[in-house]
Write a protein that binds this ligand. Structure first.
Ligand SMILES: [Fe+2]
Length: 263
């Protein structure tokens, strides 16, 4: 890990903090994202060690992977500042695309303007098809495309593992903004047919189809269809994230038959 990468992350964090410092919610979001960036790097380093050992002979590529991991949410800091200035924190995570913002920020910095790094940051939270259809990805030579694909998959897995961790430890599904803004009847509603269709087809559930709390929980379970590395699958089960989500679903989903099918 390069000292400069850490400096860049800290700079983005501290300069955003200086703008929003009177707002407790924004400060909390920024601190959470700063800590999350480090844990995503650690997750990625564990996956590289276990599942991508060939990176040991490619130090430049390995360093770029670490940059993409640590800086994948750099757009979150800018996003939070914009939401704060627009008085639109209720739209945080929806109105602004932090992946695209992050890609733009890194593309402007010569030390980070590598297509693979920019693509991995841009698409770490998008549907994977957006990555495969990105003209900048399609314009890469074959060998670079393979590396870009490995890198985006690494960031996506590492990010998801920490999002599960956050759901268990901090950003609990039963107290997060989605839950709080949901009408009571949708907290105990059935899984929407459109969401179930995607799940049985083995697809990651699209955010804009989520209506009920059960849809949202199933959405988190469906992330496993997008896991790319064996260690991710192992940790998802070993750390109890799957059981945590099943337990939540059994608490809120009225359709017990569906629960049996998911297990
Ligand atoms: Fe993230």
């Amino acid at each position: 890990m390069l000292h400069e990468d850490i400096v860049l992350l800290k700079k983005a964090f501290q300069s955003s903090l200086a703008v929003v410092k009177g707002d407790a919610l924004c400060v909390c979001v920024l601190k959470r994202k700063f800590a999350h960036s480090w844990r995503v790097l650690q997750n990625g380093q564990a996956i590289m060690k276990a599942n991508i050992p060939e990176l040991d002979t490619q130090p430049v590529l390995k360093k770029q992977c670490e940059q993409a991991l640590l800086l994948h949410d750099i757009g979150r800091f800018e996003e939070t500042v914009q939401a704060y200035q627009d008085k639109a924190m209720q739209a945080w995570g929806k109105k602004y695309d932090h992946g695209t913002l992050g890609g733009l920020i890194l593309a402007q910095l010569p030390a980070y303007n590598d297509k693979k790094v920019v693509l991995a940051v841009r698409h770490h939270g998008h549907m994977i098809e957006d990555f495969y259809n990105d003209p900048e990805y399609l314009a890469l030579p074959d060998s670079e495309r393979k590396k870009a694909e490995m890198m985006v998959k690494l960031v996506r897995d590492s990010d998801k593992l920490d999002l599960y961790y956050l759901q268990r430890e901090e950003d609990n599904i039963e107290s997060d903004p989605f839950f709080c803004s949901l009408p009571e009847d949708l907290k105990h509603a059935r899984i929407s047919p459109e969401v179930w269709e995607q799940f049985v087809a083995g697809q990651t559930i699209k955010h804009n189809t989520i209506r009920s709390l059960s849809d949202r929980i199933l959405g988190c379970i469906s992330w496993q269809f997008d896991f790319n590395y064996a260690l991710t699958v192992k940790l998802y089960h070993e750390k109890g994230y799957h059981d945590m989500l099943l337990e939540l679903l059994s608490k809120y989903c009225p359709d017990k038959m569906i629960l049996e099918k998911i297990k």
